[in-house]
Design a binder for this molecule. Structure first.
Ligand SMILES: [Zn+2]
Length: 489
């Protein structure tokens, strides 16, 4: 039995002022066949990672293709996308004959000239491997679950958790389903219900938590093989942006249709109820200062690099300094120029530094201050569940009572190492400002006494009616009140 696996992934914010190029992939995940490390899966590479571990015992040969993944940002350069895609397709062609293909994609990747990158990849893969080969795909729930992908693949499994702590487990589910299909034990059929809604669904909040626990309990019983919820990725101007429910049943399409419709209707009933409430910056600082014990986390989803934001907005930093807030930590601010200046000055130096506010209008104004350099780290990393995420060179500077973490590889606050790499103990801070939507909860949730979500003037507005969509299919909630949800596949 021969199985091929590869990864090509990023999450594209089509409104972001930061285009994504080959250099962006080289900064994150750029691994040729055989180069994937054994210690942990990288961004979107879990299918290959899991298959490598299982190959000998499950009795298949794994043919490894390239794994390319970039941090979320703007649209990917067309020539760079085509070069990476064609490299993987050439590896695939050379690996024939194949029984199955396992792809670690993201699901919200857009390249110039390609609204549906994953659909393009899957159509080309199907052309090469033929109808008999089983194509299994793992996607992020922040994806566009397009009809093209459903037509061109056999089994699609999305992560269920947000924060995405189950990337490896879902890759194991995918491999199990693919192996069972190859063994003739199951015959997967997929159904999809389109909820016609744009919303965020952190699974750390009670409503979505219980929904995800419920669908997990349904899997593996009564002919239901797998259930996935596509949350959608809100910051993309592509036609098929929408929340969708995917059910895979064993051979019985009407059963898959019925459950997808039932769960889809439950998702409709959750409109407007799955997101946390947001405070403005002043209210959040006042609320945090009223609490005696720390750390109090102030999360800033609007500047989340994980959604394609530049992560260099300084509005909260400015407000903390204006209020002379003591004993706070803030990070990460993406500012390679400032990091370079800090390394040039050296640990312990005091100097005037211009921080952030550089990439676009939504970055706001840069913040100028006299800072003391309190930490420097080359080639630093942070953990995110079972994966490792590179931060690049990092510097920590103290501005008044605030320790600010500056990074070179643009990414969001995920692991405690973001601070501890630089000698800062996040558990001892009174206030922690984290640029992240909800992934921070995996590591910072357990140490936080309280979490406040702040809506700042950074680019990822939490009110989707303010996002300047032009090409998204209408009607869709909350842009439109009346919608026509229903089965689409
Ligand atoms: Zn995601």
């Amino acid at each position: 039995m021969r199985i091929f696996s590869a990864t090509l992934a990023t999450e594209t914010n089509t409104f972001s002022p930061l285009p994504t190029s080959l250099a962006s992939y080289k900064e994150s995940v750029f691994l040729r066949p055989g180069e994937h490390p054994n210690d942990a899966a990288r961004m979107c590479t879990a299918p290959l990672f899991v298959a490598r571990k299982r190959a000998a015992k499950a009795g298949f040969s794994l043919i490894e293709g390239s794994c390319f993944a970039a941090s979320p940002a703007g649209t990917t350069n067309r020539q760079d996308y085509e070069a990476m895609r064609d490299e993987i397709l050439a590896q695939l062609g050379a690996a024939l004959p194949l029984d199955a293909v396992l792809l670690g994609l993201h699901g919200a990747m857009v390249a110039f000239g390609y609204d549906d990158v994953e659909g393009d990849i899957l159509a080309r893969v199907r052309d090469i491997v033929g109808r008999q080969c089983v194509i299994g795909v793992e996607l992020d729930p922040h994806c566009h679950l397009t009809l093209q992908r459903l037509r061109c693949s056999d089994i699609i499994v999305l992560y269920k958790e947000f924060p995405h702590t189950d990337v490896v487990e879902r890759a194991e589910d995918l491999l199990e389903l693919v192996l069972a299909t190859l063994a003739g034990k199951i015959a997967p059929v997929m159904s999809v219900y389109d909820c016609r809604q744009i919303q965020s669904y952190p699974t750390t909040l009670p409503l979505m938590r219980s929904f995800v626990d419920k669908i997990k309990a349904m899997e593996g019983k009564d002919g239901i093989l797998s259930i996935s919820i596509a949350h959608c990725f809100p910051y993309a101007d592509v036609p098929e942006l929408s929340g969708r429910v995917l059910v895979i049943a064993d051979g019985d399409k009407s059963k898959a249709d019925a459950l997808a419709s039932k769960l889809g209707e439950e998702m409709l009933a959750m409109r407007g109820k799955t997101m946390p409430s947001y405070l403005d910056i002043e209210a959040a600082i006042a609320a945090a200062l009223r609490l005696d014990a720390g750390p109090v986390v102030m999360a800033e989803p609007a500047d989340n690099a994980g959604g394609g934001a530049p992560s260099d907005n300084t509005s909260i930093l400015r407000a903390l300094v204006a209020h002379e807030v003591p004993d706070a930590g803030l990070g990460p601010i993406w500012d390679p120029v400032a990091v370079r200046l800090c390394f040039d000055a050296g640990l312990g130096a005091s100097l005037p530094l211009r921080i952030g506010g550089k990439i676009g209008p939504a970055s706001g104004q840069p913040f100028d201050a006299n800072v003391c350099i309190i930490g420097l780290a080359r080639d630093a990393w942070q953990s995110f569940g079972p994966t490792k995420v590179p931060l690049g060179d990092c510097a920590a500077v103290r501005v008044g009572g605030i320790d600010v973490v500056l990074i070179c590889n643009r990414t969001q606050a995920l692991g405690l190492e973001l601070f501890s790499n630089l000698g800062i103990d996040p558990a001892r801070k009174r206030i922690l400002v984290l640029k992240s939507t909800n992934h921070f909860m995996a590591a910072f949730g357990p140490i936080a006494k309280q979490v406040f979500y702040v809506d700042s003037d950074a680019p990822l507005s939490r009110d989707y009616r303010r996002v300047p969509y032009r090409r998204v299919q209408r009607p869709i909630w909350p842009l439109d009140e009346e919608t026509q949800p229903g089965l689409i596949f």
